[in-house]
Design a protein around this ligand. Sequence first.
Ligand SMILES: [Zn+2]
Length: 183
Amino acid sequence: MFGVILGTGVGGGIVVNGRLLQGPNAITGEWGHNPLPWPAVISGIDERPGPKCYCGREGCIETFLSGPGLAGDHERATRRTMDAAEIIKRASAHHGDAKATLDRYEGRLARALASVINLLDPDVIVLGGGLSSIERLYQSVPELWQTWVFSDRADTLLKRNEHGPASGVRGAAWLWQVNEITG
Ligand SMILES: [Zn+2]
């Protein structure tokens, strides 16, 4: 499975047969600072080169898919400043501009996850972090990623985490415990 955090930042992790994959650079699944795949002009705004990222590059996935990334996109499109929570609230109340921002967000999330599916072909992708509470993602994103996944049909499941907003902390605590026990 590929676990994704969509929150203040964007991160990921890969679990195979119940074990977290780790590599020599301790960055397995660190996908937020790869470039947004298949960039295009969306709603009249070019995704290239994309917003500046704190890592020094431009157009990282995180600059589009984090909470501040969502708010920044809304501001570029509407010239109005509001945080991600407000945009999500307005979108569910059918405000047109906020819905359009979430449409762009879903399209980008679908592209970013399609590139993960092409590489890993996980059984399931689990979303965590504050933005994982956006209910419509679980319906729309698997429809949208069909365009970008290389196979004729993508059956990958997209699921919401089962342990709520603190799942990341829970996971960290669990790993700490495992490390303590196994040395
Ligand atoms: Zn970056």
